[in-house]
Design a protein around this ligand. Structure first.
Ligand SMILES: [Zn+2]
Ligand SMILES: [Zn+2]
Length: 186
């Protein structure tokens, strides 16, 4: 394992959140979609189920996306965003244990607004990434026109595509290109 388990889970969830808006359109169009996302990524704690809560979650996405866009080359900029996210939510790291999870870090109380918990959880995970000098693991999907963010947690740093099927699409494109190249000229 590259990072602590909770860090990896948080990075994957943060990337998934960023990727709810992208080339495929809006995947969190309403509160029901947010409910589904909340469940799918194992979130717990207070919910409002309001348009304001949804908007606050939407507003977090471009700030997190910026972290991926800056990446390794933009470390100072990443740190600025991470520190701002922690500061704005008055993050206070505490080890907690709940549901099926063993001890892990929470830096906001469970009754803090959802967007602020999401922001801080992502920021805490990014703290680990920056401290370990692993920002190169945060990349943009290499399939042209995709633009989704990728968290590469593989041993050999081999993850190039996002989880929306871009790896398969790239393989098909490469296969067709090879076939076309090997076809004799008429
Ligand atoms: Zn937790
Ligand atoms: Zn992709």
């Amino acid at each position: 394992m590259l990072f602590a388990h909770d860090t990896e889970v948080s990075l994957v969830a943060a990337a998934a959140l960023v990727n709810t808006t992208g080339s495929d359109g809006e995947k969190l169009p309403d509160v029901a979609a947010l409910d589904e996302f909340f469940r799918a990524y194992g979130w717990t704690g207070r919910r409002e189920h309001t348009a304001a809560e949804l908007r606050a979650v939407h507003d977090l996405r471009p700030r997190l996306r910026r972290v991926w866009e800056l990446g390794e080359a933009g470390e100072d900029g990443v740190v600025e965003i991470v520190n701002a996210l922690l500061r704005e939510s008055n993050a206070l790291p505490q080890l907690v244990k709940h549901d099926e999870w063993s001890y892990h870090l929470h830096a906001t109380p469970s009754d803090a607004p959802l967007a602020s918990r999401m922001a801080v959880e992502a920021a805490m995970a990014l703290v680990d990434v920056v401290r370990s000098g692993e920002l190169s693991r945060l990349r943009i999907c290499e399939l042209p026109g995709c633009g989704n963010v990728v968290v590469d947690l593989s041993k050999n740093r081999s993850k190039r595509f996002c989880d929306a099927g871009c790896g398969n699409r790239a393989a098909v494109t490469a296969y067709r290109a090879r076939k076309a190249a090997s076809r004799p000229h008429p």
